[in-house]
Design a binder for this molecule. Structure first.
Ligand code: NAD
Length: 444
């Protein structure tokens, strides 16, 4: 178990009761460390809420961090030892919940940030979960399916003692998918000697998965975009131009839905670069090109743009749906979008917040905008425990209702405290988590 490192500021102010002094002296964020980015926003929210300093110290750091070594036999016969993490941030509102990411640049600070974002996100959409996240340092694109299966089974065995339907419920994230979740569920079930579908969400339909889970995050992105366009009178959906970074589970599905509902998707990208057509892209053809070529790059009838050029294109709505720290102090001033809807987790570094605020760019933050995924994960967990499965319409109707409610809950905090939408969302998430922390009290 990795040692917990208390943030310096909370130690310095161990006995402080003057809340404003405590928050104002919190460290400024290191450049583009996602955990520091999260803490910078958390500290602002805590200050605005005048959060009880005791609760502040509890919520500021993860409950538990597990680091595991994963020896895996590769197809060549050689053994490779991977490093994996599971960070459990907070359990006040329910079992820990959060995805598992496979990528070469996974780091403990990234997993910590993602775990905390899950706590606030679950609270913002008011699902009864806490926050967690997992990650394994590996390059999944260079691994075979059998190597990925062995890695997933070994990782599951290594974290089996701290997960479970009432403890911690993983889900897919970058480079993990329904198949990964099926392997995880099967391995965990083997340790228990019976099938435990509710240990993980994002499973294949038929194996305890929920209809509508695959599309949930992308659909949720559109649901809150629609509310924001109407609430702030930015544009009618049929007149709105949309730029999407990333064409995976979040970006690709959101872009398809935007196009199907009449929004004009003018640009989309993936890791290889982007495509731009100011007259609007035919998203059905773009997705067919992506399916056959495994990239949107090279799509005919559009000009090629880099990922950084794409972010700066003129549009009403920009949806960064790829990875962290895409909008920073370096390019924030050049963003032309009126509304940023964060499909990815942490796509905007904390140092860009003030610049976007000054420009009047409205940001629907990740902990609201991409919460559709965890909302339907909650539905999946409920269905698994009941052994009774819902129709897709029912899932989507309930999802739309919860996303709309969360949007207006955030707007209510924004109006009441006169803060940005991002800080309003953090305040809502922190306030709801703090309330349960106080109600539960301290054990021992
Ligand atoms: P994915 O692997 O399906 O797709 C990622 C996309 O981003 C791909 O198109 C990839 O080519 C592109 N990409 C990767 N690196 C890039 C780079 N450096 N520049 C530009 N594009 C790049 O992943 P996903 O599930 O769509 O997740 C994307 C983001 O959304 C992540 O931040 C994830 O944590 C977040 N998220 C996902 C879900 C979900 O349900 N899948 C839910 C909430 C949040």
């Amino acid at each position: 178990m990795a040692a917990k490192k208390a943030p310096k500021s909370s130690q310095r102010h161990e006995d402080a009761h003057d809340t404003s002094a405590e928050y104002l002296e919190a460290p400024s964020p290191a450049k583009h460390n996602p955990f520091e980015s999260m803490l910078a926003r958390f500290d602002k929210a805590a200050e605005k809420l005048q959060l009880d300093p005791d609760v502040y110290r509890i919520l500021r750091q993860p409950d538990r961090e597990l680091t595991v070594s994963l020896p895996v036999r590769m197809d060549s016969g050689r053994i490779e030892v991977f490093t994996g993490y599971r960070v459990q941030h907070n359990i006040a509102r329910g079992p820990y919940k959060g995805g598992i990411r496979y990528a070469p640049d996974v780091s403990i600070d990234e997993v910590r940030a993602l775990a905390a974002w899950m706590t606030w996100k679950c609270a913002v959409v008011d699902v009864p979960f806490g926050g967690a996240k997992g990650g394994v340092i590996c390059d999944p694109l260079k691994m075979s399916a059998t190597e990925l299966e062995r890695l997933t089974r070994r990782y599951t065995a290594a974290i089996a003692d701290i997960i479970g339907p009432d403890r911690d419920v993983p889900a897919p994230d970058m480079n993990t998918n329904e198949q990964t979740m099926a392997w995880l569920m099967d391995t965990y079930s083997m340790t228990k000697r019976y099938t435990v579908t509710a240990v993980v969400t994002g499973k294949p339909v038929g194996l305890g998965g929920s209809k509508g889970r695959r599309t949930a995050t992308g659909f949720g992105v559109e649901f809150v975009t629609r509310e924001a366009l109407a609430h702030w009178k930015i544009a009618k959906p049929q007149k709105a131009t949309v730029v999407v970074q990333g064409s995976g589970n979040v970006g690709g599905i959101a872009a398809e839905r935007f196009a199907a509902l009449g929004y004009k998707v003018v640009a989309i990208s993936d890791v290889n670069g982007g495509i731009y057509n100011p007259k609007g892209l035919d998203m059905a053809k773009v997705m067919a090109h992506l399916a056959s070529k495994r990239t949107v790059a090279g799509f005919g009838g559009a000009q090629a743009v880099t990922n950084s050029q794409l972010l700066e294109l003129p549009c009403d709505v920009l949806v960064p749906a790829a990875k962290e720290d895409q909008i920073t102090a370096v390019n924030a001033d050049r963003i032309q979008a009126k509304l940023i809807v964060e499909g990815a987790n942490g796509p905007t570094a904390a140092d860009a917040d003030a610049i976007l605020d000054r420009k009047g760019v409205i940001v629907l933050p990740d902990i609201l905008a991409n919460a559709g995924g965890v909302t339907v994960s909650y539905f999946e967990w409920v269905q698994d425990r009941q052994g009774y499965f819902w129709e897709e319409d029912e899932v989507n109707t309930k999802l739309a209702k919860m996303m709309k409610a969360a949007f207006y809950d955030v707007v209510a905090y924004q109006d009441r405290y006169k803060v940005s939408t991002r800080i309003a969302a953090y305040m809502l998430g922190v306030d709801r988590t703090a309330r349960f922390t106080r109600l539960r009290g301290l054990y021992a």
